[in-house]
Design a protein around this ligand. Structure first.
Ligand SMILES: C[S@@+](CC[C@H](N)C(=O)[O-])C[C@H]1O[C@@H](n2cnc3c(N)ncnc32)[C@H](O)[C@@H]1O
Length: 311
């Protein structure tokens, strides 16, 4: 999709958010430098381009399946498969141009939160260090939860990793006073005043996944909890800021931004994600949909159609 026809930037005052059905790279390339205050992304691990490259060695054999020079027969022996490696190389190659754009788009006070998991996050950190610089890496946030199966041959993996990078470590927004405080684990040890105020969260966040039966659940398989996104938006952007999520999925980042008085740009290339977002933002005024018509999925239409006047 070409987004240039509808990509209105900066957003007009009445627009609270734009939602694109598009490949994110195409849209990112059209946005101006330093135009975004906060980026959160939660990219999928598997880009869909899984490759299996089987390595073969040939040996002379009368029973061989290949015929070579002077009619000699050879047998092929599989010596390995690089499936994982190829998938992985492909993933970083997919991410790199998008992360370079993310860095270009961030304002000098801007931040990027990169959400990954324990299998990939270390390689992503090396890539992000190269793009942002190691001095712009502020935190690895561990989002810890307790849900799902427990394998018997290793420690059950019950956390995601969120890397925080800033464009400029001496200018970035961090609203420490705005962050919702959490209860002390042992309030009796800190005295009543401190206990009543609660404490600042650290880089380890205990938060449930989106419960299956909750109102928050959209049905999108990789939906992240609003509580996690609220904390990010609250800490790292100011009211009125523009928040970008270019792997938007069910639109959790947009929802958090909206609740906290920020504006948002959401991009996803999966029509099912857009259908979920159409329902999730049903009835909210001031959203521009680009490359997608949300109305078949919305009950509360934005405005009644004007009646045709009889002559
Ligand atoms: C892990 S999900 C994000 C879930 C989201 N954080 C939420 O709370 O619902 C990743 C999303 O990236 C989208 N995606 C993958 N490749 C993309 C691309 N090239 N351009 C835009 N979106 C893409 C997928 O369709 C998927 O919805």
């Amino acid at each position: 999709m070409s987004s240039s026809a509808s990509c209105r930037f900066p957003l007009p005052a009445e627009v609270v958010g734009q939602i694109y059905l598009a490949d994110n790279l195409a849209v990112l390339r059209e946005l101006p430098d330093a135009s975004i205050d906060l980026i959160y992304i939660d990219p999928p691990f598997n880009t869909g381009k899984v490759q299996q490259r089987t390595q073969l060695r040939t040996v002379r054999s009368e029973e061989g399946d290949r015929v070579g020079f002077q009619g000699r027969r050879y047998q092929s022996i599989v010596i390995g498969s690089r499936r994982f490696q190829d998938t992985f190389d492909d993933y970083l190659a997919f991410l790199e141009p998008r992360l370079i754009e993310a860095h270009r788009l961030l304002a000098p006070h801007g931040s990027l939160y990169f959400h990954g998991d324990y299998r990939e996050v270390h390689y992503c950190k090396v890539l992000l260090d190269a793009i942002f610089g190691r001095d712009c890496f502020l935190n690895e946030i561990i989002w810890a939860y307790d849900y799902g199966g427990r394998p018997k041959d290793r420690w059950p993996a019950k956390h995601d990793n969120i890397l925080l990078y800033v464009k400029n470590p001496s200018q970035h927004v961090f609203n420490v006073e705005e962050i919702e405080r959490i209860p002390y684990m042992a309030p009796e040890l800190v005295g009543p005043d401190k206990a009543a105020r609660g404490k600042l969260p650290t880089d380890t966040w205990w938060h449930t996944i989106v419960p299956t039966t909750s109102k928050e659940k959209t049905g999108y398989p990789t939906q992240k909890p609003l509580g996690i996104l609220r904390r990010i938006v609250q800490a790292s952007s100011r009211p009125g800021a523009l928040v970008l999520d270019f792997f938007a999925g069910s639109g959790t980042t947009g929802r958090a931004a909206l609740e906290l008085g920020r504006r948002f740009l959401l991009i996803d290339n999966n029509p099912e994600a857009l259908e979920v977002m159409a329902r999730r933002f049903d009835g909210i005024r001031g959203i521009e949909w680009i490359g997608f018509d949300p109305s078949p999925f919305q009950k509360r239409q934005q405005a009644p159609k004007p009646k045709t006047l009889r002559k």
